[in-house]
Design a protein around this ligand. Structure first.
Ligand code: GLV
Ligand code: GLV
Length: 310
C-alpha cells in the first residue's frame, strides 16, 4: 500500500477500497472532503449537488467521463486524474489484443484446451500478419503514442486521427523501415487501416464514433481494437458488422454497457473479449493509487494538485 494512501486516513476521504454504487455514494458524499474514485463512480451534476464540503476528487484512472467536469468546476471542486503513469501498460494490453485477434490466439488456445485433435498443417489456423500492415490510431495521446511505437516496432505503418498535429518523431524513430507517421482524417484512417485502435477519451464528440457507417468504411480484412471506452463504439452495429463479415475481427477490453457484453459478440471466434484490464499491472495500479492519493492530499493541504483536469 503506497504511503500516500495510508495518510489519506487522517481525512474524511470516501471511496477507494471498493466499488461504490449510486446509493452508497449518495449517502456518503455529503460529508466527504475528498473522494477517491474509479472510472464508473457516477459523479454527475445531481450527485455533486449533494456534496457540502467536497474539495477534491482523486479519480484513479486516465478517463473521467463519469464526472461532470463543469458541475465540479462550478462548485469549486478540483478534479484530478492519473495521466502519465498508465499509458505503457494500457498500450501493452492493446497490443496484446491486436496479436490475439490477428493471430487467433484465443481461438487457438480454446481449441487446445477443448482437446480438439490437431496437428501442424500448412494451412491450419492462419491469421493476419502485422508486418507492412497499416495501424490506424484514433486519438494520439499518451496511450495512442505508446501503441503507435509498438506498432512501428512490429513493422507497421502508422496513421492517426487527432484534432491537431502531434510530434511523431518518437514513433518514426522506432523503425527505419516503416513509412513516416501521417495524420489523416477519420474517414481515410478507417479506409486504409488494417487495424484500427481507439485511444480517444469518451466525450460527446467521440460517443459512437465507430458506428455502422464507420464500420462499413473499414476494410473487410481489418480489425478493431478498443481499450478506450465502450461508448466510443456502437456495440450493436459492431456485432452486426462482424456477423456480416464487414470487418475481420475485434479485440475489446471495454464495452458500451459494461460489464454487460452484447451476447452475439461472445459467440464469435473472431472476437477477443477482456474484462477492462488495460492498466491492470501491480506496478501501474500502485503508482496510479499513489498519484491519486497525493493529488487529494495536496488539495486538502491548500496546495495545487499534481495532475488536475480543471
Ligand atoms: C481506465 O480505463 C482508465 O481510464 O484509467
Ligand atoms: C485527441 O484526439 C487529440 O487531439 O490528440
Amino acid at each position: 500500500m503506497p504511503e500516500a494512501l495510508d495518510r489519506l486516513s487522517d481525512h474524511d476521504v470516501v471511496g477507494g477500497d471498493h466499488f461504490m454504487d449510486r446509493a452508497e455514494l449518495e449517502s456518503l458524499i455529503g460529508d466527504a472532503d475528498a473522494l477517491l474514485t474509479s472510472l464508473s463512480d457516477p459523479l454527475d451534476a445531481e450527485m455533486l449537488a449533494r456534496a457540502n464540503r467536497l474539495k477534491v476528487i482523486g479519480q484513479c484512472a486516465a478517463g473521467f467521463n463519469n464526472i461532470d467536469l463543469d458541475a465540479a468546476t462550478a462548485r469549486g471542486i478540483v478534479v484530478t486524474t492519473t495521466p502519465g503513469v498508465l499509458h505503457e501498460a494500457t498500450a501493452d494490453l492493446a497490443f496484446g489484443l491486436m496479436l490475439m485477434v490477428t493471430r487467433r490466439l484465443g481461438e487457438a488456445e480454446r481449441l487446445v484446451r477443448a482437446g480438439t485433435p490437431w496437428r501442424y498443417d500448412h494451412t491450419f489456423m492462419l491469421g493476419a500478419g502485422l508486418q507492412g500492415a497499416t495501424l490506424g490510431i484514433v486519438g494520439l495521446g499518451q496511450i495512442g503514442e505508446a501503441m503507435a511505437r509498438r506498432g512501428a516496432a512490429f513493422g507497421m505503418d502508422v496513421v492517426y486521427d487527432a484534432r491537431h498535429d502531434h510530434d511523431v518523431s518518437a514513433i518514426d524513430a522506432v523503425n527505419p523501415h516503416t513509412a513516416a507517421t501521417r495524420r489523416v482524417d477519420l474517414q481515410e484512417l478507417l479506409a486504409v487501416s488494417d487495424v484500427v485502435s481507439l485511444h480517444c477519451p469518451l466525450t460527446p464528440r467521440t460517443a459512437h464514433l465507430i458506428d455502422a457507417d464507420a464500420l462499413a468504411t473499414m476494410k473487410d480484412s481489418a480489425f478493431l481494437i478498443n481499450t478506450a471506452r465502450g461508448g466510443c463504439v456502437d456495440e450493436a452495429a459492431l456485432a452486426h458488422a462482424l456477423q456480416t463479415g464487414q470487418i475481420a475481427g475485434a479485440g475489446l477490453d471495454v464495452y458500451e454497457h459494461e460489464p454487460t457484453i452484447t451476447p452475439a459478440l461472445l459467440e464469435m471466434d473472431n472476437v477477443v473479449a477482456l474484462p477492462h484490464i488495460g492498466s491492470a499491472t501491480r506496478q501501474t495500479r500502485g503508482v496510479m493509487s499513489a498519484l491519486a492519493a497525493r493529488n487529494i492530499l495536496e488539495v486538502l493541504a491548500g496546495r495545487p494538485a499534481e495532475t488536475p483536469v480543471n
